[in-house]
Design a protein around this ligand. Structure first.
Ligand SMILES: C[S@@+](CC[C@H](N)C(=O)[O-])C[C@H]1O[C@@H](n2cnc3c(N)ncnc32)[C@H](O)[C@@H]1O
Length: 212
């Protein structure tokens, strides 16, 4: 039987509903967000940021290049020393300026709500671009809480289970969706090709060492 490669099928990243969704983000994609935030007038260098689903730190490390302080935690222990915390558990946590993450896909709406409660400036999540559609999500999230910016990658960001792989390819399109408090007039922009400029050879080598 031939493989069904229709775009509807290729867009799916099939994971059991209760899975941790262990798909780390290649570091260049986080640098692309930080560069876009800077271009949009945000001074990050004096700000704090929380990465509440820090996993193996592939997002934590590039965030440290741009922010004054990065607070990292995850619900699971990946052996990197972050605090083990369920971001959605409603205990009081310290306010930060920004929350930036790649949340588990099925919990992304709840991550945004929690991030906005606990961040002074705003939050950003990287999601499959298909996240933007759907009546339920419109009614529960976007209608009353429109993002300030939708940043569509024109290059593919390849995410694979449990690791980052510079050779991986993907049929899935990704966007950063950015909420900034007080900015409800959504602007859509493209992230111009930037992988070549923002990717570093040691992004992958160094992280393999840490994970070993
Ligand atoms: C898609 S991975 C992203 C990892 C990391 N943010 C990155 O971009 O490299 C999702 C992560 O969410 C974590 N996670 C799942 N549910 C969570 C929760 N309720 N609170 C905190 N972290 C959670 C998983 O353990 C996993 O590390």
């Amino acid at each position: 039987m031939s493989q069904n490669t229709s775009s509807a099928v290729m867009q799916q990243r099939s994971e059991p509903k209760r899975s941790l969704d262990d798909f780390p983000t290649p570091p260049w994609a986080t640098r692309a967000l930080c560069e876009a935030l800077k271009e949009n007038g945000h001074d990050l260098s004096s700000k704090t940021v929380r990465e509440p689903a820090a996993n193996r730190g592939y997002m934590v490390r590039p965030l440290r290049e741009y922010f004054a302080e990065v607070k990292a935690s995850d619900i699971a222990d990946y052996g990197h020393g972050w605090a083990i915390e369920d971001f959605l558990f409603p205990y009081q946590i310290e306010q930060v300026d920004w929350t930036i993450t790649n949340p588990p896909f099925t919990l992304a709406d709840r991550f945004v709500e929690r991030a906005l409660e606990t961040s002074r400036v705003g939050c950003a999540i990287i999601v499959r671009s298909a996240f933007l559609e759907g009546i339920g999500r419109y009614e529960q999230l976007f209608r009353d809480n429109p993002p300030a910016l939708v940043l569509q990658f024109c290059e593919r960001v390849a995410m694979v289970k449990g690791r980052v792989d510079p050779e991986a390819s993907s049929a899935t399109a990704y966007s950063w969706v950015v909420w900034v408090k007080g900015q409800t007039d959504t602007r859509q922009r493209w992230i111009a090709p930037c992988r070549k400029k923002l990717e570093r050879a040691d992004d992958y080598a160094a992280y393999r060492e840490v994970a070993a």
